[in-house]
Design a protein around this ligand. Structure first.
Ligand SMILES: Cc1cc2nc3c(=O)[nH]c(=O)nc-3n(C[C@H](O)[C@H](O)[C@H](O)COP(=O)(O)OP(=O)(O)OC[C@H]3O[C@@H](n4cnc5c(N)ncnc54)[C@H](O)[C@@H]3O)c2cc1C
Length: 681
């Protein structure tokens, strides 16, 4: 059974059990906030959500329980649990054979039938590419064979995305939005047998799905969600407008997140309400695809503004149960987040191939540019980072496939790290290519040069730092998991709403935990000469990770002791803590992989990657306590108040007409439906 086959225990379709789970949450704070969160979501209006409510909703959405071991959680607690990631997991032979066979077919299709330049030029994926991918089974890669899918492992799914994405990144986004966040994955995890039987075969056969959470007022903050699903006889009536739905113009099945009002409904039942996930037929009466959006990159993306007006959803189209929508979205993303870094790995590989060939060929100042130190450093960074990132992703995928570990932290780390590092790699490549890096592929080709559009790589990559959790939100999300143990023992001490009794109880629990835990941070195997000797020349790096992990835990503790309840506002500090964790996880993955593969070139790359990562870690540790954070925050307030507006003088000011966020209202659409229908072959 793969990780994604397993129904997470903390979210169960059995309402009674689910209630218990929320109450039995490990942290001291979660049970109250979980309940408050669901109530808050039910009652929150789009315009009146305060900071506390927004936090409660986010808190209620997280999985409170840790039922399986987590390498990431232990790492942030100062415990390097190599036993959780070694030996380097090996794919199941049957899944490997299936995966390789599919990759061969997809590779040939990508090479022979996908014209990435054409997709970029036309801003459109041709119908026959949709049809060809459907024939290959690419829309069912993650759907079980029993429902007509390919049942690929996470590892091969990600490799397939990387392959398709290398033909055109818009295709990677199409397939990943369809499978990682669209209908297949939440149904696989939370759907009823009936839902699976009804919808999964259609999706495996090539129907496209989309995931619709975002609204004009809902970006990073789902508490403001105002699409409503009002209970009526036999189901719900859906009203609202969803923004930026990838695949939204072509999808025939949608996952829609909507608020169900709490209390008695028109159907006579009492509803617990809250943000709820629904499967919605894309062709239902009342749905209008009002716009196809266009972006800086991913020009082939079929991304919509979709309006719902009195759309009827049958009661059995609820995924999970009412109020579970955000938990479902977050749990789906535990493995779903792996698809985005797969595209980042693909980008790293392309950057490396281009950098290698170009910098050996291009001669300036008497030498190939790759021999000049400034350029050489960039090539080395791209090579080492691609190796490190791929190691991190493959490890996460195989851990997900093994289903022995909780990988929520690791998957979030690889999304964060992958999107940031891929952007840096592409930027360095653009520099290596000089003026040609800034020139479009078509323009280069028109002058008789290779049609290598580095500017497009950069444009296509940029969104990865924003969607599926922006870097800022990923920092907060991972930091919340990283400090979970502390909140679970000492949360009530810093909770302003906790009474004296709870505080006293927490004080006693904290004294016990910290009395045992803090001494473990003083010494470890990373200080022992010859420790981790099984890693050969890489042992020095594993020792560094062990020492740094303990230091990371100590620094986190100091931060908590210093800022207590206010630490959640120290976003720059928390961001650095998380970034250190990401580097340490990446180093671990690179060392474990290189040792398992026993390939000298791999060991060399892992060694270089770790050396570069260690420098970044040192800087991050230094910056924890030596920085301009407080000053920056104070200044930012004065900037927004206009104190330094004079600095903006001397240029044409930005336009003043139009809205920052366009107002919208529920109601019938007045727009023409721009839905695109893909004809069956
Ligand atoms: C090309 C594209 C495809 C997309 N596809 C989909 C899709 O398929 N389905 C879907 O539902 N949505 C989709 N989205 C929406 C996407 O997920 C959101 O853009 C993203 O969640 C960020 O929301 P926002 O753009 O409203 O930014 P905002 O939430 O307005 O944030 C603005 C800035 O503030 C930061 N910020 C916000 N809150 C905090 C905080 N508490 N602390 C620190 N910083 C904060 C953000 O990181 C960001 O830098 C897509 C968007 C794009 C552009």
């Amino acid at each position: 059974m793969t990780a994604t086959d397993a129904r997470p225990d903390s979210i169960t379709p059995d309402p009674a059990k689910a209630g218990e789970t929320a109450k039995a949450g490990e942290t001291g704070k979660v049970p109250e906030t979980a309940n408050a969160g669901e109530n808050a979501t039910a009652s929150a209006s789009a315009t009146h959500v305060d900071e506390k409510q927004a936090r409660q909703v986010a808190e209620a959405a997280r999985e409170a329980d840790w039922r399986k071991p987590s390498f990431g959680k232990q790492l942030f607690l100062g415990r390097l649990r190599m036993d959780l990631v070694e030996p380097w997991p090996t794919p199941d032979p049957e899944q490997e054979a299936d995966g390789e066979a599919f990759l061969a077919k997809l590779g040939a299709f990508t090479k022979d039938h996908i014209d990435g330049a054409q997709i970029e030029r036309d801003a459109r994926i041709p119908d026959d590419v949709f049809q060809g991918l459907a024939e290959l089974g690419a829309f069912g890669m993650k759907i079980d064979k029993s429902y007509g899918g390919l049942g690929l492992s996470n590892l091969y799914y990600c490799r397939a995305l990387a392959m398709a994405g290398s033909g055109s990144p818009s295709l990677g986004a199409l397939l990943s939005a369809h499978q990682s966040i669209g209908v297949p994955q939440p149904l696989k995890l939370f759907g009823t047998d009936e839902q699976k039987k009804t919808f999964l075969p259609r999706l495996a056969g090539g129907e496209v799905s989309a995931f619709l959470l975002t609204e004009a007022d809902v970006g990073s903050d789902p508490a403001r969600l105002s699409t409503t699903a009002t209970p009526v006889d036999g189901g719900y009536r859906l009203n609202g407008v969803k923004l930026w739905a990838t695949n939204g113009t072509v999808a025939t099945l949608l996952v829609v997140m909507a608020q169900v009002p709490k209390g008695p409904g028109e159907d006579g039942a009492d509803h617990r309400g809250g943000i709820t996930a629904f499967v919605v037929e894309g062709d239902s009466p009342g749905i209008t695809v009002e716009r196809r959006n266009a972006f800086m990159g991913l020009r082939g993306l079929e991304n919509s503004v979709t309006r719902f007006h009195d759309v009827f959803i049958p009661a059995d189209h609820v995924i999970g149960r009412e109020g579970q929508g955000l938990k479902i979205a977050l749990t789906t993303l535990n493995t779903g987040r792996l698809s985005l870094p797969a595209m980042c790995v693909a980008a790293g590989k392309s950057c490396l191939a281009i950098a290698r060939a170009w910098s050996a060929e291009r001669v300036q100042w008497g030498l190939p540019v790759g021999r000049h130190e400034a350029v050489a450093k960039k090539i080395a960074f791209i090579a080492a980072t691609t190796y490190g990132l791929e190691s991190m992703l493959d490890l996460c995928c195989m851990l997900a496939d093994d289903d022995r570990n909780d990988i929520r932290i690791e998957a979030a780390l690889v999304k964060l790290y992958g999107s940031e590092m891929a952007w840096k790699m592409a930027d360095e490549l653009l520099q290596i290519r000089g003026g040609r890096g800034y020139e479009t592929a078509d323009s280069l080709a028109a002058r008789g040069e290779k049609a290598i559009g580095v500017e497009q790589i950069l444009r296509d990559l940029r969104i990865n730092r924003i969607f599926e959790g922006s870097t800022e939100i990923m920092h907060l999300l991972i930091a919340r998991e990283a400090v979970d143990q502390h909140l679970s023992v000492a949360g009530d001490i810093i909770d302003p709403d906790a009474d004296l009794g709870r505080k006293a109880k927490a004080g006693a629990a904290a004294a016990g935990f910290y009395g045992r835990w803090l001494p473990t941070l003083a010494a470890g195997k990373g200080q022992i000469k010859g420790g981790f000797g099984e890693y050969g020349t890489l042992a020095t790096h594993v020792r560094f990770v062990e020492r740094a992990s303990r230091r990371l835990a100590r620094e986190t503790f100091y931060g908590m002791a210093r800022w207590r309840g206010k630490m959640e506002r120290k976003q720059a500090f928390l961001g650095r803590i998380v970034d250190i964790g990401a580097e340490l996880f990446a180093m671990t993955a690179a060392c474990v992989r290189a040792s398992a593969e026993r390939r000298p070139e791999g060991t060399e790359l892992a060694d270089l990657f770790c050396r570069q990562a260690r420098l970044r870690v040192r800087t991050l540790f230094d910056d924890l306590w030596r920085n301009t954070d407080d000053r920056d925050v104070a200044f930012a307030r004065k900037v927004t108040e206009g104190r330094y507006a004079f600095v903006e003088e001397g240029v044409v000011p930005p336009p003043t007409d139009g809205e920052w966020v366009a107002p919208w209202q529920q109601g019938e659409s007045t727009a023409t439906d721009v839905r695109r229908r893909i004809p069956p072959r």
